[in-house]
Design a protein around this ligand. Structure first.
Ligand SMILES: [Zn+2]
Length: 316
């Protein structure tokens, strides 16, 4: 029986069911939070996380993959509480979420030494708990694949090779990072079928997407509701075209929703949410995206592939 590590230990991979591949129950800055905890409202964060969790459960979701890593406030105990209170299965990652900055302890370590840190989370558990990471997360964004970013990607690749665990890489299609990221993974000998290039759905450039698919990776059409990167209608057209071309077996649908995010002062955050990303939520897929896709030619089989089968195949 193949199993996958979750916040509640190994689960039969066939039991994951309807899965959101990329959502966050809480994202805050780790350093700021540690130094200035008065800036944060734990009770409000908890309520927001539970509203998201209960919301997705009401739509039949069984599993949420939460790809939070270092710098994105990964918190295994918090995620386990969300899982326990909601009944969801939650799957966590190890890794580093940075677009460029690395702290001295990582600047002064080799790729292999960083890989060892990641493998610890996979083999022994995260943050002193016995909750193990199921996959490895890394990121490249506007600065591109700089030397620091390349280092983390090579460390992620080596941790994957050692542990057999898959990789999820945050990408920025507008900078074409996906292809550079795949080049590094391939150079390191990672099987492309183990790599998911997240946020590929932020572009409707089919040429770029197909070149990425040609490398053999998975793609995340995973930011529905984040209109600032690409409006919903363009995301829909892109997904429908890719479905027509037979790529349901390589795609994931999700929202990259953050139940809390502290990038702006709360009042600005509220204003931005209402004006820039009015539809962004952890349930937008079920309320609008999926019904529309279904009406416009997506089959039940394709949906099942993207939200059930592919998770199993990527994690197995
Ligand atoms: Zn994310």
């Amino acid at each position: 029986m193949a199993t996958v590590e979750t916040v509640n230990g190994p689960v039969d991979i066939d039991e994951l069911g309807l899965t959101l591949i990329h959502e966050h129950f809480r994202t805050t800055d780790e350093a700021l939070r540690f130094q200035f905890p008065h800036m944060y409202d734990e009770a409000a964060e908890w309520d927001a996380a539970m509203a998201s969790a209960n919301g997705v459960v009401s739509h039949g979701v069984k599993t949420v993959v939460e790809p939070s890593a270092m710098f994105l406030h990964r918190d295994a105990a918090f995620s386990k509480r969300v899982a326990d209170e909601s009944g969801l299965t939650v799957i966590l990652a190890t890794g580093v979420y940075t677009y460029e900055h690395l702290p001295q302890p990582l600047l002064n370590r080799s790729e292999d030494q960083i890989a060892e840190i990641f493998v610890h989370d996979i083999e022994h558990g995260i943050q002193g708990t016995d909750i193990k990471a199921a996959f490895i997360k890394c990121a490249a964004d506007e600065p591109g694949v700089t030397p620091n970013i390349e280092k983390i990607h090579r460390a992620a690749a080596r941790a994957s090779n050692q542990s057999g665990r898959p990789i999820m890489a945050h990408s920025r299609p507008a900078s074409g990072t996906g292809l550079d990221q795949m080049r590094i993974f391939t150079e390191e000998g990672v099987d492309p079928a183990k790599v998911q290039i997240a946020h590929t759905g932020d572009t409707d450039d089919l040429d770029y997407i197909e070149r990425l698919l040609d490398t053999g990776c998975w793609i995340g059409m995973d930011r529905y509701g984040l209109d600032i990167f690409l409006p919903t209608e363009q995301r829909q057209k892109t997904v429908l075209t890719l479905l027509e071309k037979g790529h349901a077996d390589r795609m994931f649908l999700s929202q990259d929703y953050c139940s809390t995010i502290d990038w702006f002062p709360p009042e600005v955050e509220e204003h931005l949410a209402a004006t820039m990303v009015p539809n962004w939520s952890m349930t937008f897929l079920f309320e609008q995206v999926i019904p529309e896709l279904t009406e416009r030619a997506m089959t039940a089989e394709q949906l099942d592939q993207m939200m059930v089968t592919n998770t199993r195949r990527w994690l197995d």
